[in-house]
Design a protein. Structure first.
Length: 342
């Protein structure tokens, strides 16, 4: 016998824990349910993506791709504010930048810096104290800046400095005389400064005993007093164009036997100086331009310089014939004379 049990609507609702039956579709269309709409609205909202700050590596990489003329104080301060990685930066090129005391002070954080180019940068005097604390700094270019004698007190503290350029600054012998502690200095550029060369005593045997190999003192007055000190250094390059060098000055070269590059253009030497030029048999590049008292007598003696590869005789009193004769004896040497290249 088959039995059928009928349950009331209330009993069904009670069993399923419902207070009322959901609305059924009418004519194939269902009415919206309030609770369902609220859930859908909530689900439709897209959560905001949190802003992720750039990593130190990204900040450094972005800075290094900037043109130096585009670098602003905010860029330097942002770079200096990163928590790690500054000690990995070994070179910083800020030439032509406009630097405030705040941005100059921030440079002290670059403790791994070995090379710093501040040439043509605009900054006030007295702002070099921060870089004097950089323990690894070896290369510093301050040319064409407002650097003065007072700043040399800070530069003198960079005892590991090997290369220093002060070209076209107002620094003179008094300021350079403070550099008695730069015992690692190998290259110095003071071209275009009001110096007579007395600073070389501070760098020489009675001072820093610097192993100076390259000296650029062009467009100075080093020929008047400083040449007597040059033989205290193991110079391989000496650039003294338009530096008031005379035959008497040249006697200071006694002992300078390792010179390979010698720029003597626009000075006052004569054939008497030839013996001091010849003291270095390693000479490769020699510029005698505009020394009008140099004649063929000097050319005859230069033939003993077997390593000579470049010789400039423009606007000297040497003849083209003598220059051609020298060329035959030194076939690997390029000779410039009277607008000709032999």
């Amino acid at each position: 016998m088959k039995c059928t049990t009928l349950l009331s609507l209330g009993t069904i609702l009670a069993i399923f824990g419902c207070e009322k039956l959901p609305e059924l579709p009418i004519n194939g269309k269902s009415e919206p349910i309030a609770e369902t709409e609220q859930v859908s609205d909530s689900a439709a909202k897209i959560p905001e993506t949190p802003v992720v700050p750039p990593t130190p590596e990204q900040v450094i990489a972005a800075f290094q791709t900037m043109k130096t003329t585009d670098v602003a104080e905010s860029d330097i301060l942002e770079l200096a504010s990163i928590e790690s990685g500054l000690d990995q930066i070994e070179e910083l090129d800020l030439k032509g930048s406009r630097l405030t005391p705040a941005s100059m002070a921030a440079l002290a954080k670059f403790t791994g810096l070995k090379k710093l180019d501040l040439s043509s940068a605009a900054f006030g005097g007295g702002n070099l104290q921060a870089i004097s604390t950089l323990p690894a700094l070896e290369w510093l270019d301050l040319s064409r800046t407002s650097t003065n004698n007072l700043n040399m007190q800070s530069v003198a503290k960079i005892k590991g400095l090997k290369v220093l350029s002060l070209a076209q600054t107002v620094v003179n012998d008094e300021g350079l005389g403070l550099l008695t502690e730069l015992s690692a200095l190998e290259e110095l550029n003071v071209s275009g400064t009001e110096t007579v060369g007395l600073y070389l005593a501070a760098l020489g045997k009675d001072g820093a005993k610097a192993p100076l190999k390259i000296l650029n003192a062009s467009h100075t007055r080093v020929g008047t007093q400083g040449f007597r000190f040059v033989n205290q250094f193991p110079l391989v390059q000496l650039h003294v164009s338009k530096a008031m060098v005379t035959d008497l000055s040249m006697e200071g070269l006694r002992g300078c036997t390792e010179l390979t590059d010698f720029t003597l253009s626009q000075n006052r030497i004569t054939d008497k100086s030839a013996k001091w030029i010849l003291i270095s048999k390693a000479l490769q590049n020699l510029d005698l331009t505009r020394n009008t008292a140099i004649t063929d007598n000097t050319l005859k003696r230069l033939a003993t310089l077997r390593d000579l590869s470049q010789l400039n005789l423009t606007k000297t009193s040497c003849s083209v014939k003598a220059a051609k004769d020298l060329k035959k004896r030194l076939p690997n040497c390029t000779v410039r004379i009277a607008e000709q290249t032999l």
